[in-house]
Ligand binder design. Structure first.
Ligand code: PAF
Length: 323
């Protein structure tokens, strides 16, 4: 073979090897399916970083809690053994206590209010607190307003929920609030929930419509009540081990990609809220759409004293004041 041709082939081979080596595959995990809100948001983020870094970074996605419960995954991201997690704030307060304030029941009026708070100064301040604990929150994504399902009876007012054994997240702020409704909160990692509902270990659970749909809870729960008793924020969190290796330009790409992912995730939450209830009825669920919200708000007022002691009445008022 002529020398020139050998040289060209050799250089091409080296080039290929170099670009193959230059590709970093990031592991991203989340609780629900790839078609769910978490999957939609994560996929947009992954596509955007791959495009924005000309393929130097790409993702391997692990939906359906394949890397464990949210608490385990947050811990793994903090330690650097997992690169990314798209997770609710439910277990996040165990790592960054200041975040727990956004888990207070009936704190947010509606999606518009919640998204404004999370994207504004209060949300940014919490992102800084997370960074200080080794959790790089690239963007606030979203899980949605949580609603109750159960296998026993229709819940119209708080009293109807009294005595029901309900799986909750491992989150004391939620549990303190739910106790005021008379519920018996049973904290449990999400991957164990479907079986617990199927076997009747718990009577019910509470989650946003996108989760109820994606997890097919209509197969194991008869009643759904649109209680919207708490907003469940979520975050796309990157390990500092990855973040610290990124160039400034790549940091910008990741941040912008996360914003686009968050927007797509929120849009999917909107779509599921708009279309999912009809689907769940079709699947056989009995849905209470007109819940007596005041009865729940009245009950939870007693828990607000404890929340004010823990987080400061002024901080709670500042969140409520966002228009
Ligand atoms: O109920 C939970 O634990 C969470 O809402 C879930 C389903 C893991 C999504 O963040």
């Amino acid at each position: 073979m002529p020398l020139n041709r050998t040289l060209v082939l050799l250089l091409a081979g080296l080039g290929l090897a170099a670009s193959a080596h230059a590709q970093t595959v990031l592991k991203i995990g989340y609780a629900t399916s790839k078609e769910s809100h978490y999957g939609v948001g994560s996929t947009v983020f992954c596509d955007e970083i791959e495009k924005g870094t000309q393929g130097r970074y790409k993702c391997q996605q692990f939906p359906n809690s394949a890397l464990g419960g949210e608490r385990e995954q947050i811990e793994a991201v903090q330690l650097g053994t997992q690169d990314l997690v798209n997770t609710s704030t439910g277990p996040l307060g165990n790592f960054v206590p200041e975040v727990k304030v956004v888990d207070i029941p009936f704190l947010f009026r509606n999606y518009d209010h919640a998204r404004k708070v999370m994207d504004g100064a209060i949300g940014q301040d919490l992102q800084k607190k997370m960074a200080a604990k080794g959790l790089i929150n690239l963007a606030w994504t979203e899980n949605g307003f949580r609603h109750m399902t159960n296998s026993k009876r229709a819940i119209v007012k708080a009293d109807d929920a009294a005595g029901l054994k309900m799986r909750t997240m491992e989150n004391k702020v939620h549990m303190d609030g739910y106790k005021t409704f008379g519920i018996l909160p049973t904290p449990m990692p999400f991957p164990e929930l479907f079986t617990a509902l199927q076997q009747g270990t718990v009577d019910g659970q509470e989650n946003p419509i996108p989760v109820i749909l994606a997890s097919k809870f209509s197969q194991v729960q008869k009643h759904l009540s649109l209680t919207g008793h708490v907003y469940s924020p979520a975050a796309l969190i990157l390990s500092p081990a990855v973040w610290s290796k990124l160039s400034d330009a790549d940091k910008q790409v990741f941040t912008e990609a996360a914003k686009k992912g968050a927007a797509a995730q929120r849009k999917k939450v909107n779509d599921d809220e708009a279309n999912g209830i009809a689907q769940l009825k079709k699947d056989g669920m009995q849905v209470v759409e007109q819940v007596d919200g005041d009865s729940f708000r009245k009950a939870v007022a007693s828990a607000y004293q404890g929340y004010a002691r823990e987080f400061g009445a002024d901080r709670i008022a500042a969140i409520q004041a966002v228009k």
